[in-house]
Design a protein around this ligand. Structure first.
Ligand code: FAD
Length: 381
């Protein structure tokens, strides 16, 4: 067993860390306050291959693998969680198209997403009345001549206001078919009939726009179908298994930032004549934070490694996502506590980390859904 990154993984990690520290971290508070990620920040990620870390090189990606991807997301999330989720979804969409796409879908969309100059990859599965249970979705796709016509509403679409392409799930069999009647489609940003709604006013991740989209008889050509007709649920589950590794890495990055700031603060801030870090109650918090973050990282990298080895990793990705996201919320909450009153104001980043961490237990499958996945696998043994 070797727990050190190989040469490629270390290079991607260092590239991401250098860029995150130099370009992203200094802008993180402004990204949160202005609710926008500057275009040049995303283009910089694209120029470094960080928007398509695990997409093959012949499709414009870095071809560096899932472990490198997880390490890169951590570094960017440590600097700015909003930027990291944008990076993470675009990677997931590029990878899904690379995996399920036809040669022309792959060669058209993957290089565009990898560059980051022409918009983001978006994942449009959730609906106003269907989140944890995509089989309940109402959006439909019907054939009309050689085209598909999509109708319905999607909710919570990350990056949707700057999309190059959406993967949109829609029902292609009657509702009774549940999750077995879904298909997915590639819909380019700006397609007639696709309307992007007002960004949500969120607790955290304020730099990443999250929008509803409306599909009003949105017509796409026959070759916009991604994967096999009626097998869209399989595409969604495969994408989300990988996506959960990304979210675990995002949570770990946020938690690492919160811990680093807590350590700095514990050395600087004095109470009762000594740095607060000399008080055992603070030391115990720091020790638990460090231990939980390391445990989360081991789970995350194990899931990434299994995926890279093409071995089953669904349960391990759920375990990593569950543990890392719940760890991030605990760690960021403790970081606020360590900062005392200063943890509650925007002059210090601790409150932003807590706001940003909170959604990691919700999106790409809530903690309750991760526990279902893990328990099913435990009971099947
Ligand atoms: C900031 C943000 C960004 C997002 N980005 C995207 C995106 O880009 N693309 C996309 O498609 N979606 C996105 N989502 C949607 C996200 O994945 C869903 O919010 C999530 O899957 C939960 O669905 P829901 O909100 O409908 O909650 P529900 O499914 O209504 O769940 C409500 C509660 O019930 C619990 N619950 C539901 N079913 C069960 C069960 N069987 N057992 C136990 N408990 C259960 C849930 O865990 C939760 O606590 C995003 C959400 C947010 C907040």
């Amino acid at each position: 067993m070797n727990l050190s990154p190989n040469e490629t993984q270390a290079l991607v990690q260092k590239t991401a860390r250098d860029y995150a520290e130099r370009v992203v971290m200094p802008r993180a508070a402004a990204i949160d306050a202005s609710e926008a990620i500057p275009g040049e920040v995303l283009q910089g990620l694209g120029d470094l291959g960080l928007l398509a870390v695990n997409v093959p090189t012949d499709l414009g990606g870095a071809g560096a693998g899932t472990v490198a991807y997880a390490l890169a997301v951590q570094e960017v999330a440590r600097a700015c969680a909003s930027t990291a989720v944008t990076m993470s979804v675009t990677n997931m969409v590029g990878e899904t198209i690379a995996h399920f796409g036809t040669p022309s879908q792959r060669s058209h969309h993957c290089p565009i997403l990898a560059q980051g100059h022409h918009g983001l990859g978006c994942f449009a599965l959730s609906e106003p009345d269907a989140g944890s249970d995509p089989g309940a979705m109402k959006t439909t796709a019907r054939r009309d001549g050689g085209d598909w016509v999509l109708a319905g509403s999607k909710q919570w679409i990350s990056g949707g206001s700057a999309a190059a392409v959406f993967i949109v799930w829609a029902r292609t069999l009657p509702a009774e078919a549940g999750a077995r009647g879904l298909s997915c489609f590639l819909v380019e940003g700006g397609t007639r009939g696709l309307r992007v709604g007002r960004p949500e006013d969120k607790m955290g991740l304020r730099g990443s726009s999250t929008v509803p989209i409306e599909l009003a008889d949105c017509r796409v050509p026959a070759d916009a179908l991604l994967g096999q007709e009626n097998e869209g649920f399989k595409v969604a589950m495969m994408a989300l298994d990988g996506g959960r590794i990304g979210i675990s890495a995002q949570a770990i990055g946020i938690a690492r930032a919160a811990l680093e700031e807590s350590v700095r603060y514990a050395k600087d801030r004095h109470a009762f004549g000594v740095p607060i870090g000399d008080h055992q109650a603070i030391q115990a918090k720091l020790a638990d934070m460090r231990t939980q973050i390391d445990a989360a990282e081991l789970l995350s990298l194990r899931a990434a490694w299994l995926k890279e080895e093409r071995r089953p990793f669904t349960r391990e990705a759920s375990m990593a996502k569950l543990f890392a996201s719940e760890t991030a919320v605990r760690v960021c909450n403790d970081a606020v506590q360590i900062h005392g009153g200063y943890g509650f104001v925007r002059d210090f980043p601790a409150e932003r980390h807590l706001r940003d961490a909170r959604v990691t237990t919700i999106y790409e499958g809530t903690s309750e859904i991760q526990r279902l996945v893990i328990a099913r696998s435990a009971l099947a043994v």
